[in-house]
Write a protein that binds this ligand. Structure first.
Ligand code: PSZ
Length: 496
């Protein structure tokens, strides 16, 4: 009966019972509906013939060399991504860490079938000027329900880059306002900003870390330092770049070395702030990821971030935490920076990906002092906040943060075990929640491992030079972790 109810919530063309789809987990509690398959099912190598054909077609229109394979999203369920060749894969990458509840979650299907919600999808407003009646109420119900400590304000944006870009701009405006004593901008400032010259376009900078990824728009790109290919040929700013700790694993064996490494990086941060102030390129803000994600899953201790916050405060720089990839539960806390236990909260926190909408939370002081200063056409999207409310309901109702801690531990422990058994391939196993990773000896080995795993029905991602990263959904359960570990054990055993 319950299976029928669920099947009815599916789009017309996917109502057929898909072989292998178990609909409701045997282990599920009353509310915990696990809309999922039993396991991977592979019919061809990936990409298969249909994917190759479609890649060729797309290549006529645009460069499609980055395409892994084409997907059948209608048939994908829960943790399983189905491709156009009928291969069904356990997805531990979830659209570069962007699917909170898995594919076609029943709660979201139901939400979209309610007539009163359709308008949010059909009539996309220019939110900054013509918001719908329920706009503030919906923000309260969605984003403000998970507002990080110390913040009350939120601004929505379309994507992660857009969020960081506008958070940087808010920080620069805040800094300049402080400097000019909150008086009005001068005529000279208004004139010089039009020709990109100071004082109207001040020579401020954002301090970032080597290995960081904050987006690809031109301002963000100046703080992104993960791969040269992201940056090549694009003009950029002379902004300070500090080293990010490179920790040795296992952490328990390298306590002293790691502490020294972090202390060294923090020293560099302070030196750079002083040096850039002398150069008249004042550091208005520091931007940092709780775990450097694209840059290779680089972690630092909670103590490192606490001390970084103190440095920002000491030098009057805003402290911006980029939670675009770490946010929304994957580390086991809703925001990864909650682990730090800051007594002096961050000034702003950016989000996107699993949050469905982009945007940033910020302190009162960073609030734009005039209309149209932080602005664009869409300014977010009410249909995304609507879905986010439902995602948050499910996270709470099903206690998915506990699930992440639990399945994350199984995954992490299993990876440590594989590291013992395949030390020539797997090293530096690390992670928080399900946000796990390990290193391989080379880029080529990493890529081959990912390809081999995919042909056995597991989608993984790479990060940095030679890391494999795990970014499953929040409905990734213990049994999925075991399933993955069994398959991957075979991949490692066969690896040549
Ligand atoms: O290659 C790319 O452009 C990728 S692959 C993964 C990302 C980008 N991540 C996006 C990202 C992020 O991980 C962090 C920590 N900050 C900002 C961004 C930018 O978000 P988008 O891609 O939405 O602009």
């Amino acid at each position: 009966m319950a299976a029928m109810l669920l099947a009815r919530q599916l789009p017309q063309h996917s109502r057929l019972i898909v072989p292998g789809c178990k609909y409701i987990s045997q282990a599920a509690t009353k509310t915990d509906v696990d809309f999922d398959f039993d396991g991977p099912s592979m019919k061809t190598a990936v990409p298969g013939p249909r994917s190759k054909e479609l890649t060729k077609q797309l290549s006529e229109i645009q460069n499609a060399d980055a395409v892994h394979f084409f997907c059948n999203y209608e048939e994908s369920r829960g943790n399983y991504l189905v491709d156009v060749d009928g291969n069904r894969m356990l997805d531990l990458y979830s659209q570069i860490s962007s699917i909170p509840l898995g594919y076609n979650h029943p709660a979201l299907l139901k939400l979209l079938q309610q007539p009163q919600n359709l308008s949010a999808f059909i009539n996309r407003p220019a939110l900054g000027i013509l918001p719908p009646e329920n706009f503030a109420a919906k923000l309260e119900e969605s984003l403000l329900a998970v507002v990080p400590k110390g913040m009350k304000q939120v601004i929505t944006m379309a994507c992660g880059s857009c969020s960081n870009e506008n958070a940087f701009k808010s920080i620069f405006m805040w800094y300049r306002n402080k400097e000019r004593g909150h008086s009005k901008a001068s005529k000279e400032e208004l004139a010089t900003c039009m020709i990109n010259q100071p004082p109207g376009s001040p020579d401020y900078s954002m301090l970032s870390f080597m290995g960081a990824f904050h987006g690809r728009t031109i301002g963000c790109l100046a703080t992104t330092h993960s791969k040269a290919i992201h940056k090549l040929d694009i003009p950029s700013f002379d902004w300070p770049i500090a080293p990010f700790p490179r920790l040795k694993y296992p952490l328990a064996d390298f306590v002293k070395e790691n502490q020294e490494e972090e202390a060294h990086c923090l020293e560099e941060v302070e030196d750079l702030i002083v040096k850039y102030r002398k150069k008249k390129k004042t550091v208005a803000g520091i931007v940092v990821e709780p775990i450097q994600s694209e840059g290779g899953d680089n972690h630092a201790s909670d103590d490192f971030f606490k001390k970084l916050r103190v440095i920002a405060r000491k030098h009057g720089c805003a402290f911006l935490v980029d939670e675009v990839q770490t946010g929304c539960g994957a580390t086991g806390k809703f925001w990864a920076h909650e682990y730090w236990g800051l007594t002096d909260p961050a000034d702003a926190v950016t989000f996107s990906k699993k949050m469905l909408t982009g945007g940033f939370f910020h302190k009162e002081e960073l609030r734009p002092d005039a209309p149209y200063r932080i602005f664009n056409t869409w300014h977010g999207d009410p249909s995304k906040t609507l879905m986010l409310s439902e995602v948050l309901n499910v996270i709470k109702r099903e206690d998915l943060l506990s699930n992440v801690m639990h399945s994350g531990k199984v995954l992490h422990d299993g990876l440590l075990d594989l590291q013992v058994r395949y030390p020539h391939i797997v090293s530096r196993v690390r992670g928080r929640g399900t946000f796990c990773a390990f290193d391989t000896p080379t880029d080529a080995i990493r890529n081959k491992l990912i390809a081999n795993a995919r042909n056995k029905g597991v989608v993984l991602g790479g990060s940095g030079e030679k890391s494999v990263r795990f970014r499953p959904t929040l409905v990734f359960r213990e049994h999925h972790a075991h399933l993955f570990l069994n398959i991957f054990d075979g991949v490692l055993a066969d690896f040549k």
